[in-house]
Design a binder for this molecule. Structure first.
Ligand SMILES: Cc1ncc(COP(=O)(O)O)c(C=O)c1O
Length: 391
């Protein structure tokens, strides 16, 4: 089986993890602090806050802004369900907005109709690594006094207007508030893990206390002082801590970021060359950079014209042939957990969810493996027909 992904982790990561274990300092220690600083540097942001996952990062960011019951947060349904669930975790109501047909992301045009008196924030996901068009979204949020929270679970190393996702938005004094995932399916992994990056140092300090039950004294301070330092708990927080073992792995991974993204883009370009002819003959659409940025190709997602039945037939054929492809992007509103939420029509979301397939793409992928994926996909496409009556 050619897997959908193999994390790009090697002996150096194993050694770093072992050193963290041997150090005896396993949580909230020096490696977590170093990882935070290095992550911030890598994504061109002033502050980094290491957390247990992207889900907890999204929740913490909303909670720290006082978003709760009675508030609405506009989200894409077209995202891993965590994006929507994070809103529910703070008691607020998600409001689904549609994505663009050309790029699987929210835009200012798709978000604007959903802004109402109860709207407090917008979560924009840079889906499967495609950067969203942040400028118009930020302007829209500024005009309505809304928080723009970026779900960059998939987007480390992607760029917008020549700068990395995570860079403080040009001309925007508040800076970007961005949530990251380091799950093994992501470009960069710590096993499980997440983070927030941001510009506001005071907010970063508050996030660091909230991730540790709002404890007034952190472990580093306690270790630095010889005498008694009694903690207090001025508000309710959470345990959203990253361990030093994870951070140690993450620091090595950060050093590989440029190489991993370059390799993924190289593999994606090769897929593009080999599949180009099929875009006409077999009704597939290939992923390309949008005009405003570059994708890290966290996933290589193609769209198969002909609706879910053809997509599922193609996927089934690939899996039977030993190709670990997956449905591309899910839609939260189609899941039982969120099906009853009132919403407007989401035609582009439903088309992406029905037609998308993620093909295997991983750092150590060999040319022969890629050739096998291409051959299997072309064979599966030719065995299934496009229903030309569909628009
Ligand atoms: C867009 C998006 N947001 C959030 C998440 C959740 O990330 P984590 O598993 O780190 O909580 C994922 C994970 O797949 C994701 O793809």
């Amino acid at each position: 089986m050619i897997p959908i992904i193999k994390p790009a982790v090697f002996e150096e990561e194993a050694q770093a993890a072992a050193e963290a274990v041997r150090s005896g300092w396993l949580a909230q220690g020096p490696r977590v602090a170093a990882f935070e600083a290095e992550l911030a540097g890598a994504v061109e942001a002033p502050e980094g806050v290491a957390l247990s996952s992207c889900t907890t990062a999204l929740h913490l960011a909303l909670a720290a802004h006082g978003i709760g019951p009675g508030d609405e947060v506009i989200v894409p349904s077209l995202s891993f369900i965590a994006t929507t669930n994070a809103v529910a975790h703070c008691g607020a109501t998600p409001v689904f907005a549609d994505v663009e047909d050309a790029v699987p992301n929210l835009s200012a045009a798709t978000v604007a109709p959903h802004i109402g008196a109860r709207t407090r924030a917008v979560i924009v996901a840079h889906q499967v690594g495609f950067p969203a068009d942040l400028g118009p979204l930020q302007a829209l949020c500024d005009a309505h006094g809304l928080l723009l929270l970026e779900d960059a679970a998939c987007a480390i190393g992607s760029t917008y207007q020549g700068r990395r996702i995570g860079a403080v938005a040009a001309g925007h004094p508040g800076g970007a508030l961005v949530a990251w995932s380091f799950h093994p399916r992501k470009v960069l992994t710590t096993g499980e893990g997440g983070a927030l990056t941001l510009a506001d140092a005071a907010l970063a300090a508050r996030l660091r206390t909230l991730r540790q039950h709002a404890m007034s004294v952190n472990d580093q301070q306690r270790h630095a002082i010889a005498g008694l330092l009694l903690p207090s708990y001025p508000e309710v927080g959470w345990n959203y801590r990253m361990t030093d073992v994870q951070a140690a792995i993450g620091r090595v991974q950060l050093g590989r970021l440029d190489a991993i993204v370059a390799r993924r883009r190289e593999l994606a370009a090769r897929y593009g060359e080999q599949l180009l002819a099929a875009t006409q003959s077999a009704g597939i659409t290939l992923p390309v950079d949008p005009p405003w940025g570059t994708t890290n190709h966290q996933s290589y997602v193609v769209r198969v014209a002909g609706g879910a039945s053809r997509r599922d037939a193609v996927l089934d054929a690939l899996l039977r042939g030993g190709i670990g492809a997956r449905p591309g992007i899910m839609a939260a509103h189609q899941e039982p957990a969120w099906a009853a939420l009132p919403r407007g029509p989401l035609p582009a979301t439903e088309a992406w969810a029905a037609e998308s397939i993620a093909l295997p793409l991983f750092h150590t992928m060999q040319e022969e493996e890629q050739a096998r994926v291409v051959a299997s996909l072309l064979a599966a496409l030719s065995e299934t027909t496009v229903d030309r009556r569909r628009p």
